[in-house]
Design a binder for this molecule. Structure first.
Ligand code: FES
Length: 157
């Protein structure tokens, strides 16, 4: 599974590929928002521009889904590495700096230290669904056989 390394918080969080970055952060208790966003945010609709993150490292290019049209418009005056967490789907492992607009003491050293520990690549697809148990498979087979038997009876009648 992909790992999101939150540099400011010093935490690694696993998620499924395709999960929304904002939702993963909120689920894990990672604070994405500065004061303005805490007082009021759009709930993930891409309108308030308060869920900025800076992608400071990736296990491989394309660790997040591509920029949406909303991001292209709202982030046009921001660095290319900034993303709106609510518009970003995690594909592979990456390093994220939350609240990049807020200061982080010794940021360069903290980012370098986070990059020094390699990230796992993470899969690019959801895990396969579990196989049915023997009991369930047998029931399905019985139901299929019963349906075929009924169809045959109807044809004979
Ligand atoms: S939560 Fe409002 S833009 Fe992301």
């Amino acid at each position: 599974m992909p790992v999101i390394r939150f540099v400011r918080e010093g935490r690694d969080v696993e998620c499924y590929p395709g999960e929304n970055l904002r939702e993963v952060a909120l689920r894990e208790g990672i604070e994405l928002y500065g004061l303005k966003g805490m007082l009021g945010n759009c709930g993930g609709c891409g309108q308030c521009i308060t869920c900025f993150v800076d992608v400071v490292g990736e296990s491989s290019p394309g660790s997040l889904s591509g920029r949406t049209a909303v991001e292209e418009q709202k982030l046009r005056r921001r660095p290319q590495s900034w993303r709106l967490a609510c518009q970003s789907l995690v594909q592979e492992s990456l390093l994220v700096l939350t609240k990049p607009q807020a200061g982080l003491g010794d940021a360069e050293a903290k980012i370098a230290a986070a990059k020094a520990n390699p990230l796992p690549p993470g899969p690019t697809a959801w895990p396969a669904a579990e196989q049915a148990t023997d009991g369930e498979a047998a029931e399905g087979t019985d139901a299929t056989a019963a349906a075929a038997e009924t169809a045959t009876s109807d044809e004979e009648a």
